[in-house]
Write a protein that binds this ligand. Sequence first.
Ligand code: ADP
Ligand code: MG
Length: 432
Amino acid sequence: QVVNYAPFTLLPSAVPSALFEQAYAVQQDFNLLVDAISQNKEFLEHTLASTIKVDDFTAQLFRIHAQVLEEGLAQSVFLGINRSDYMFDCGVDGTPALKQIEINTIAASFGGLTSRTAAVHGQVLKVLGKSEEASRLLPNNPARGLALGIAKAWELYGSPSAVVMFLVEEVQRNIFDQRCIENELWNRNIRVIRKRFRDVFEKGSLDGARRLYMDSQEVAVVYYREGYVPKNYDQQNWEARLLLERSRAVKCPDIATQLAGTKKVQQELSRPGTLEMLLPGRREAVARIRATFAGLYSLDMGEEGDKIAAMAIADPERFVLKPQREGGGNNLYGEELKQVLEKIKDSPERTSYILMDKIKPQPTMNYLLRAHSPLRVSECISELGIFGVYVRQGKEMVMNEAAGHLLRTKATEHADGGVAAGVAVLDTPFLV
Ligand code: ADP
Ligand code: MG
């Protein structure tokens, strides 16, 4: 095994404080929204209808979702941990605006590691003789916030001998991030086990009340840090996923909440009237959410989709083409966007993508420190994420919080082609 330090910027990056506050202020609204979508069977079905015709992965998730509803939910406590990501778009007049990139509703990571980055950057600033600036870095502890959500769900599940199960990857590449959260749970005397889908397939079972057992140990909460991309699944892993979803255990997230985080859902949310339908009577929340939306466009078959495809082909620099995938490195930009759209513009395959306005932040200079990489100054852009945590018991929200933030920074040099996965590093906001 190889242990590497997580990559980070040498210096914290400037973030406009008004936008930072705006991102925190809208997080509870996003928690409510995701939770509302997850409970709206008709909306999910209608929204994902075109996608599941062409995207096998989403279709398989949807089949499990439908099957679990058909049988009737055994689960009565729901735990959501999400991260809403933003960039600061520079309008024509140069004023930055907060624009959402996406919301991650499954396996949203780096809440653990980023709980340590403010201390790293504070130290760097002190060494540079900037202790006043160091003292202005905000404390940030999403590991604790996420663990409090898990602990609440565990408590409401109501079986003190039951454990929390982290569902982890076959090859573990981000274990220390997860350990930060795990340790917070042990500190509260909650037992944690780490298992893969394969272990669940081999050793998982349900009793008559659909309580979940691993070997003979009851599981209260399943926290997925896996299961969000097609390559996480073979036939056995799909069976394991179905077993987990059918169980009474609190899944973080349940499969409906995972579907609520798809790019197709994000795009449909931007249609006039959709937010109002999902959050009735919450006009202010709707306005706060909508203010963060960039232009999003459907490529469904039909006249509307034809027009959008033609618009993107004519001006590819204005847009990003996004497939229904998570995990980074999948989006298409510029010339490549144009070529792909030209090829698929008349086929249903185009409905496996959405189109989005490209957000254009003001670049800044920083050093990106990563193992085995030369040290040099790069032109960079940053992406701010806010962690959301909520717990619902039956119909009642018992916790709804913003649990901390994450700043990731990447070099622009690869950008106008794809900002490939793995180029971003951990950062700390310095509010200005
Ligand atoms: P994933 O689920 O793969 O993380 P994202 O929507 O977060 O998908 O896109 C991956 C990366 O692509 C983002 O981190 C961001 O750097 C870039 N990106 C995504 N959408 C846009 C956009 N509309 N404008 C500019 N960059 C974007
Ligand atoms: Mg992302």
